[in-house]
Design a protein around this ligand. Sequence first.
Ligand code: FE2
Length: 410
Amino acid sequence: MFLACGTSSNSDDTSSDGGAGTDRELPRDAAGSCTPFQPRICAQGQTCCFSDLSGTCGEPSACTSPLQFECAGPKDCNAGEVCCAGFVFPAGFDASELGGFSADASGVLPDGSFGEDGVAATTVCAASCASPRVSLCKTSADCTGEATCRALPEGGSSAIVAMIAEAFTRHKVRVAVIEASGLGKGWVDGDLGHGPAYAFTTPDGHNLEIYYETNWYAPPPELKPALKNQAQRYPSRGANVRRLDHLNLLTSDVAVLRHFMEDVLGLRTTEMILLDNGREAGAWVTTTNKTYDVAFTEDHYRAHGRFHHVTYAVDSREDVLRSADIFLENGIHIETGPHKHAVQQTFFLYVYEPGGNRVEVACPGARLMLAPDWQPVVWTEAERKLGQAWGLKTVESFHTYGTPPVKDGR
Ligand SMILES: [Fe+2]
């Protein structure tokens, strides 16, 4: 385990850690490849310059990557030098998990070109470390003078690097895959609640974005919950919706959109509808262990890129029934429900918001998909003709209406 000195360390760091130039027996191949997780495999004076999941040893001045590692401790540096580390954590990154190595280690690095994607991690050998860089040490004895030392998580700097690198590459890889699909539109500035987003369309023309940096909600005093493990206090108002549950789209070609969701966005299909003629009529996909985050069904008019509904979850089935009474009392037209879907078994109720978009108030229950080899549940045409779970026939408007409307205003 490495320790981070709270203030800059002096040259004594090296002597207490075996001295410079020791422990350099790790081999490196002829191409000079390296891994940032074992930075000592580069020759002294070189840095492991990180590019996605691989690194190349080279002169520090030639590396412009936001992830580069010259040392993991003072023994990787020349006598009289210490190993200085700087980290930039992306917004939303929970640095509290890093064993106290957070506040004075995060922030903007002196190298302003780093951190474009919100992450950067560099280690360099230097005579001393200028804040916000900190000196990496192996034991508390390496910290001298007034310096205080704090333990890094097990695995030392490499553990932090691994966490940052994983987040960094996962984000970049996903954007690269979308770009390769030819449907990317480019980066857009952040919006309420999140940082920069990458915009793209589905093959059917739906406008979507992905983002990495999240601004976590902080409730104002009047909405602060009694228990800290919920976002805000119980609303006690209207239908008392608690969270967004899923998005439902219409598409001209379910199979094409399903493959895009799986192959480009990395979602998994949990349930789907397959007609007798072999055409897919609907699919439910997820990016989490919740059984669905997005659903899409065939557009009755074969129109492109339309919206079907957005769903807000409530705590219980009883809350769905209560919301039905509240909609009734307020003159809100209930399109269908309350009832239970056969697919995914969500307890549902559908209304329209004033702008004409369909909104579902639902209790999806606690259906979780935990098996990594989950196989999609495939519903047949005959099974779907049986109606919803308890026999309720689906109203025609549910099959035909979407937004924006097409033909006859539907
Ligand atoms: Fe739904």
